[in-house]
Design a protein around this ligand. Structure first.
Ligand SMILES: [Zn+2]
Length: 231
């Protein structure tokens, strides 16, 4: 049983989507230079450094974002958190640059294995505690925690388009697509996916104990304050 202070109410993770943050729907066309998809009005900002085409989420100031949708992810903020290894809840960068980032994954296989791929950016230790309280999928101990020394970009999760119809594969949600594969050119990315290497399992009870109740309470208050101020 985890000894944790009560989680602050109303914390909205940085990567969560809000109701007004819709996706824009630019017209999809065949890429003029190679087999693959492009936007009719594409700009260099639509692709990442691997040349992958990305969805265009609406970016709004906090007060105009509407209601949080805690189970949905904002593509741009997810990508930013992953690219910079920021805490997906409070955006804090790793406290100690030499300490590998902490990942909290839904417990699907029981252990985080070498090379495991995830679209879930890291969490700081206090936010791991908050996430366990707040995240529906993690409640009841259905999670595994690990630190990963190396987190190379592996690919994306996105919609894969049919070369003939230029529409997404019917009935499919986001599919994971590796950078550099032929399917990548036909994909519109919505999440960044990294691979985890140099994995060390983490006992969160021990991490929380190391922090101590008083400091965890302070940290929970810090996160609640940050979120109140509008990340
Ligand atoms: Zn955090």
């Amino acid at each position: 049983m985890l000894a944790l202070p009560p989680a602050p109410p109303g914390v909205v993770p940085y990567i969560a989507r809000y109701s007004e943050e819709k996706l824009l729907k630019p017209r999809i066309v065949q890429h003029p230079l190679f087999p693959g998809v492009a936007y009719a009005d594409e700009t260099p900002y639509d692709r990442d450094s691997f040349g992958m085409l990305w969805v265009r989420p609406v970016l709004l100031p906090k007060r105009r974002r509407g209601e949080p949708r805690l189970r949905e992810i904002h593509a741009y903020r997810q990508r930013r958190a992953m690219a910079n290894m920021l805490c997906q809840v409070c955006t804090r960068p790793p406290e100690d640059p030499d300490e590998p980032p902490l990942f909290l994954l839904k417990d699907t296989s029981g252990l985080v294995v070498e090379g495991e791929r995830t679209a879930s950016p890291p969490v700081c230790v206090p936010c791991a505690g908050i996430s366990i309280h707040l995240c529906h999928g993690l409640r009841g101990g259905h999670y595994v925690a690990a630190r990963a020394m190396y987190t190379p970009a592996w690919g994306v999760a996105g919609l894969v388009y049919d070369p003939d119809t230029l529409t997404p594969h019917p009935g499919k949600d986001l599919e994971r697509v590796e950078y550099g594969t032929p399917r990548a050119a036909w994909t519109v990315a919505a999440r960044s996916v990294v691979a985890l290497y140099g994995v060390t399992p983490v006992d969160l009870d021990e991490e929380f104990a190391r922090f101590g109740m008083a400091r965890l309470e302070d940290e929970f208050a810090r996160v609640a304050g940050l979120v109140g101020a509008g990340l």
